[in-house]
Design a protein around this ligand. Structure first.
Ligand SMILES: Nc1ncnc2c1ncn2[C@@H]1O[C@H](COP(=O)(O)OP(=O)(O)OP(=O)(O)O)[C@@H](O)[C@H]1O
Ligand SMILES: [Mg+2]
Length: 147
């Protein structure tokens, strides 16, 4: 597990870029953290670290954004997901077998559908307006999962 304290959005993005630069096809990043803690900012860095040039924006309305690269990135926002039907309708399960990287904001809402192994990224508000605490845990294993 690694812990990072950041003091502005650029630092959070850089932590994401460091992770992105060492991802492999099929890696799954589950992000946890409440509104405005920096999940989209972090994924923007992941994309940069993966060599993707498109700017990442929040998929809150589209629910999924795809970014082409050497390894493609599939970016989900599960903020509005609160049932299995909702989750199926995003196409989430079709992506689980893919050789891309999947990054999921609001993983709290789909905990029952996370894959057996994933990289957990937890973001917390810190002191003041711009401080964030980021915990990264790799190799999480869940039993009885279905992605
Ligand atoms: N240390 C920091 N790390 C990340 N973002 C920061 C930091 N300090 C300030 N910010 C600001 O906080 C906001 C984070 O927004 P972002 O869209 O990344 O959050 P989010 O967790 O994806 O929110 P949502 O749940 O609405 O999708 C941005 O406006 C960013 O500039
Ligand atoms: Mg977001």
């Amino acid at each position: 597990m690694s812990e990072h304290i950041t003091h502005n959005a650029e630092q959070t993005e850089q932590i994401g870029a460091d992770l992105g630069s060492r991802l492999k096809p099929g890696d799954f990043i589950a992000l946890f953290g409440t509104m405005g803690t920096g999940k989209t900012t972090f994924i923007n860095g992941v994309a940069r670290g993966m060599g993707i040039v498109d700017a990442v924006s929040s998929p809150t309305f589209a629910l999924i954004h795809e970014y082409a690269g050497n390894i493609p990135l599939y970016h989900f926002d599960m903020y509005r997901i609160n049932s299995w039907d909702d989750l199926y309708s995003t196409g989430y399960f079709d992506y689980c077998e893919s050789k891309g990287v999947i990054a999921v904001e609001w993983s709290e809402n789909i905990e029952m559908a996370l894959p057996p192994e994933f990289i957990k990224v937890e973001l917390f508000a810190g002191q003041g307006f711009e401080e964030r605490r980021i915990l990264i845990t790799e190799g999480n294993k869940f039993e009885n999962t279905c992605c």
